[in-house]
Design a protein around this ligand. Structure first.
Ligand SMILES: Cc1ncc(C[n+]2csc(CCOP(=O)(O)OP(=O)(O)O)c2C)c(N)n1
Length: 562
């Protein structure tokens, strides 16, 4: 049985034709036609999550895991507004979400009708396209609706993927059901052409590359892409280019250069000109490292090329000279057979610095008392290889990036907008479709903020939640500025004394805790033991002041040694 609303039937038919089968529904009455239609068709896998904020982040995580669009369905009013944070995150991470919001007919808007707000274009800054479907079911209106739906579904995945919004005004009665199959709907295909580089352009690019002694390649946040990694390995071997990456770039070859914050701290005052690139090539999402941005804004390259299939003009380092509208993998593929440079001294310079700062870090972490810095090192050594790691904002992602990557792990973090409001829901969504152990490491404020992530039926036994209970927003003690304010403790740190234990128990999670090094060593053994068959939460208690002191001392130490 499906709803008798013909637009909704058409929409479900089109969604299915695209091979999109994952639907995340939040309950309501106005969205009954969508609920009844998606749940009435066996091919759809429908999940129900009450909190729309959490549901949308869950869908984002699921879309990341599936590498394909996920449909969201909610009622009208604030239900729809609660999707907004995750829609923004998806927009800045290029993740396709198909957002379906139920609405009242236009003539009831602003007429003191219940659960009724101005809903068209509510996500206009964070979607590729927003449409409101017509209400009528004449042939013309059905044709028009189908044309618009086709366009939305195409745009969500073309070029740089992004969310799209289909607002669906619905007339009562809402609950009528019919026993029919989904209707035949015309599918409009978008054929994408993948133009390569023209010969002339390729020759000019190669000439510039061959003339550049210092080539710096910035790999921002990316999904795992072995083809791209292989192209970059070849390029480094041939040209001596430096590939800078963070864990979230999901590149791991030792030929590349990591530990960026520590390296930056080691070179900021000393001999800086030798690190300044002639040619900068960037692609992927954002970098976490602020020091890198500062370094490149102060030491601008002669040329900066940004690679992006949709051709956005990201001038992050105020030196952009060329936007190359293509996938990074195709770009490096085109170049890799052509360029040759024998001089590897620039690469050696960066690699030596990386090796030195990593050694200093290891010695320092070995010598210090129990604190976040130490805890992250211990966690990193215990997370099983070949698993998935999700990092919360803001100090968890920074601490994790200071330490080595877990071997063969995939890393994720909501760095599109760096919100603390959906880190756990995103991880829960991803883990629900993953057959690997998924570890999410997040701060205590982020955990409490998004604890509704635990309020659903899709939490798999593969999920391991690590809450770093450092008494509030420790990040504000680590960065310059907030800690000098008289309002620091109350309004920046937002001291938190609530414990995650109570929530873990409420949601039926196995609970572990650690307050010192030996307790953490033991807890991690149990947490990741093959005997641990249930979802588990590990709460690690550390002291805010000690954390802040040791974090700053590490960077001072690195600076003073170099
Ligand atoms: C939705 C949202 N609100 C506020 C912020 C600003 N903010 C960034 S980090 C942070 C504190 C996070 O605290 P916690 O989760 O305990 O992690 P820690 O600082 O200890 O890393 C806040 C409030 C944000 N990024 N997102």
């Amino acid at each position: 049985m499906i709803s008798d609303k013909r637009h909704v039937q058409q929409l479900a038919a089109l969604v299915l034709k695209r091979g999109i089968t994952d639907i995340v529904i939040s309950p309501g009455s106005r969205n009954a036609p969508m609920i009844n239609t998606f749940t009435g068709i066996l091919e759809f896998c429908c999940r129900n999550i009450v909190d729309e904020r959490s549901a949308a982040y869950f869908a984002l995580g699921l879309a990341l895991a599936k590498q394909k669009p996920v449909v969201l369905v909610c009622s009208s009013g604030t239900a729809a507004l609660n999707y907004t944070p995750a829609v923004a995150e998806a927009f800045y991470q290029n993740i396709p979400l198909i957002i379906l919001t139920a609405d009242r007919p236009d003539y009831w808007i602003d007429q003191s009708e219940s659960q009724c707000i101005r809903q068209s274009n509510i996500y206009q800054n964070f979607t590729k396209k927003e449409i409101s479907l017509p209400i009528g079911e004449s042939e013309k209106e059905l044709w028009y609706a189908a044309r618009q739906m086709n366009e939305c579904l195409n745009l969500a995945v073309s070029g740089q993927p992004a969310p799209v919004h289909i607002n669906i005004p619905l007339e009562e009665p809402l609950h009528n059901l019919v026993q029919i199959d989904l209707p035949e709907v015309k599918e409009i295909e978008l054929v994408e052409t993948k133009n390569g580089l023209e010969e002339n352009e390729l020759a000019r690019l190669i000439e510039t590359i061959n003339q550049s002694r210092k080539i710096l390649i910035l790999a921002g946040q990316l999904s795992l892409n072995p083809n791209l990694e292989n192209r970059l390995i070849k390029l480094v071997a041939k040209t001596g280019a430096v590939v800078l990456h963070e864990h979230l770039s999901n590149l791991s070859d030792p030929a590349f250069c990591g530990s960026i914050d520590l390296v930056m701290s080691g070179i900021l005052d000393e001999n800086i000109g030798s690190y300044q690139p002639d040619l900068l090539i960037s692609f992927g999402g954002q970098f976490v490292s602020k020091a890198l941005k500062q370094f490149l804004r102060k030491n601008k390259p002669l040329q900066h090329w940004h690679l992006s299939p949709s051709g956005e003009h990201f001038d992050t380092y105020q030196s952009l000279t060329k936007v190359v509208k293509m996938e990074a993998v195709n770009f490096f593929d085109a170049l890799s057979d052509c360029v040759l440079q024998i001089d590897k001294s620039y690469l050696q310079l960066w690699k030596n610095k990386e090796a030195k700062v990593n050694q200093l870090r290891n010695e320092f972490v070995e010598s210090i008392e129990f604190a976040d810095l130490k805890a992250f090192s211990m966690i990193g050594q215990k997370i099983p290889v070949n698993t998935v790691v999700h990092l919360g904002n803001s100090s968890p992602v920074r601490y994790a990036l200071i330490h080595n990557r877990v071997e063969n792990a995939m890393y994720f973090s909501n760095r599109g907008t760096a919100g603390i409001d959906g880190c756990l829901s995103t991880a829960v969504g991803f883990a629900s479709d993953s057959d690997k152990i998924n570890t999410i490491i997040l701060g205590d404020l982020s955990f409490f903020y998004d604890s509704n992530a635990l309020w659903n039926k899709y939490i798999g036994s593969n999920l391991r939640i690590i809450v770093i209970h450092n008494g509030g927003g420790n990040i504000f003690g680590m960065i310059k500025g907030p800690s000098d304010s008289p309002a620091f403790t109350e309004h920046f740190l937002a001291e938190n004394t609530h414990k995650a234990e109570v929530l873990a128990k409420a949601f039926g999670l196995d609970y572990f805790k650690a307050e010192n090094e030996s307790e953490l060593a033991q807890a991690l053994d149990d947490f990741y033991s093959p005997m641990q068959k249930q979802v588990a939460l590990l709460e690690i208690f550390t002291d805010a002041e000690t954390n802040i002191r040791l974090f700053r001392e590490l960077f001072k130490r690195v600076k003073s040694y170099l």
